[in-house]
Design a protein around this ligand. Structure first.
Ligand code: SF4
Length: 496
């Protein structure tokens, strides 16, 4: 059987880093790890190809090659997903689909031949068995959670690694917390399920042997969800493996803010080669944190927590939300002040939305406040419910936040707040490549000559070279990120 795995296109978003990727001559940040893993669940004898539409055009002749086209997608890829399904229908090619978009709303994709909902480890074997018996069903689902120890190593050779800036890997699924706007727990459960240390090391070895060197993103919903296993088994194994291989990778991941409470854990993560964590901070407003059940962020000094993580050697990327019922018009200034003081350069601020399957969705449905149109893109000015605050005021305030925090003066000011205190650990910076040098040269032209931020850029370059040369590469990286964020919001402001 010939299977074509297709990853639909996503729009330009904060997370896509599309404008920044041009500096390193890459087409996308991360490859479709889910599809590369799912591919390994199909029989060895099947012929397999993978097209990520974010890096390669999908031609009709690619589709016609396949007996089955298998798609995986998130909500933000809805438009492109629909186009691919329609193209397959027109060409008479059978479609199979799985992943968060299809699991959350299978009713929108009833024309897909086979929907493999929930986790592939559980539904794909049943689908393959029925397919072989020529009795494949329309929908496969499961109310169980998969054991990640059964998850195979992704087929890396399906991925054209040189088109990506970072590879990815998964150690766990699920999160012990229960934030009401987040669909992680409905999709993956409350009890983090993990791989074992030898399995993870085997996976890292396979990535190493595929030739990859550089950034590796642990895509876990909350990497520190099971701290005991992490500190007793996983991190010691990672520390040894990285040292033994002379630090070929630089890791980044997502964690909850309680990482700040455990110095030993942060120390071990840095020693293992982590240099960046994404943390959902959401709001400086305690009543909004209570409203969304972000218990781990309540009753703590959030700025102090961020600084604690930064001091340990980890850069913090932060997620923020406005539009909670408890937000009033003072939230805009307090969020700007918070972000500036925190030194979080990569601060992603979005308007609150309610994905299907979340507690928030249920509550808003009960209150009759839901609207259609969840886009999954939290930077596109859309909301799928009626907010308590006057919507025009809210959108204007949101616009003011992003306009302010990504304005060159405030953005570069924030980079300095961070870099003055940050001490990068040599083992967690990853190997320097030709692409890094090219990125610096391109940044000199684009940010140092063409763009309006040039005086801030040169001031930062000189400051870092003269005062803190060890943070110079990071200063350039953050300048490039800032350019991306500004462009994303300029684009979405024009479209909205
Ligand atoms: S901590 Fe993060 S992953 Fe966990 S429920 Fe909250 S938002 Fe979701």
């Amino acid at each position: 059987m010939k299977i074509l795995f297709v990853y639909p296109q996503y729009p330009v978003t904060y997370w896509g880093f599309q404008y920044a990727l041009k500096f390193v001559s890459k087409k996308a940040s991360f490859p479709p790890l889910g599809l590369a893993t799912v591919a390994a669940m199909f029989p060895k004898d099947d012929e397999k190809r993978l097209i990520d539409m974010n890096v390669t055009a999908l031609r009709d002749k690619d589709l016609l090659w396949a007996d089955y086209v298998m798609l995986s997608a998130m909500a933000v890829q809805r438009e492109s997903t629909r186009e691919v399904i329609d193209r397959c229908k027109a060409l008479g090619i059978k479609t199979v689909a799985g992943g968060p978009l299809f699991t959350s709303e299978p009713e929108s994709f009833d024309d897909v031949d086979h929907l493999l909902l929930n986790e592939g480890e559980l539904t794909i074997p049943k689908f393959i068995r029925d397919l072989n018996a020529k009795n494949a069903q329309h929908i496969y689902t499961s109310d169980q959670w998969a054991d990640l120890r059964d998850t195979p190593v992704p087929i890396w050779k399906l991925i054209d690694q040189k088109k990506y800036s970072t590879m990815n890997i998964q150690y766990s699924r699920g999160c012990p917390f229960n934030c009401d706007f987040c669909n992680v727990t409905s999709l993956f459960g409350h009890v983090p399920r993990t791989k074992d240390a030898p399995q993870l090391i085997n996976e890292l070895n396979s990535l190493y042997e595929s030739g990859w060197r550089g950034g590796v993103f642990f895509v876990d919903d909350n990497f520190i969800g099971n701290k005991r296993k992490l500190m007793n088994d996983i991190l010691p194994a990672l520390i040894d493996w990285m040292a033994g291989k002379n630090y070929p990778f630089a890791f980044l991941t997502e964690t909850s803010i309680n990482l700040a409470d455990d110095e030993k854990l942060m120390e071990m993560m840095v020693k293992a080669g982590f240099n960046t964590v994404f943390v959902g901070i959401e709001s400086p407003n305690e009543s909004s944190l209570a409203e969304c059940n972000k218990t781990q962020n309540k009753n703590r000094d959030l700025i102090w927590s961020v600084k604690k993580i930064q001091h340990s050697g980890l850069q913090v990327h932060g997620g923020f939300i406005v539009g909670f019922d408890n937000d009033n018009s003072s939230i805009f200034d307090s969020l700007i002040d918070f972000i500036q003081q925190s030194g979080i350069a990569a601060a992603m601020v979005g308007l609150l939305n309610a994905p299907k399957g979340t507690k928030l969705y249920q509550r808003l449905a009960g209150e009759g406040r839901l609207l259609k149109g969840f886009t999954g893109d939290n930077t596109d000015y859309s909301m799928n419910f009626i907010p308590k605050m006057d919507q025009e005021l809210l959108v204007k305030g949101y616009h003011r936040i992003v306009n302010t925090i990504y304005s060159p003066s405030r953005y570069y000011e924030r980079i300095l707040v961070f870099l003055k205190e940050y001490n990068p650990i040599a083992s967690s910076t990853g190997p320097l490549s030709f692409n890094h040098i090219m990125a610096f040269l391109k940044s000199m032209v684009r940010l140092g000559i063409i763009e309006k931020e040039r005086r801030y850029y040169w001031r930062l370059v000189l400051w870092s070279l003269l005062k803190r040369p060890q943070v110079f590469p990071l200063a350039i990286t953050l300048s490039i990120y800032g350019y991306h964020f500004r462009k994303v919001f300029e684009k979405t402001a024009l479209e909205s």
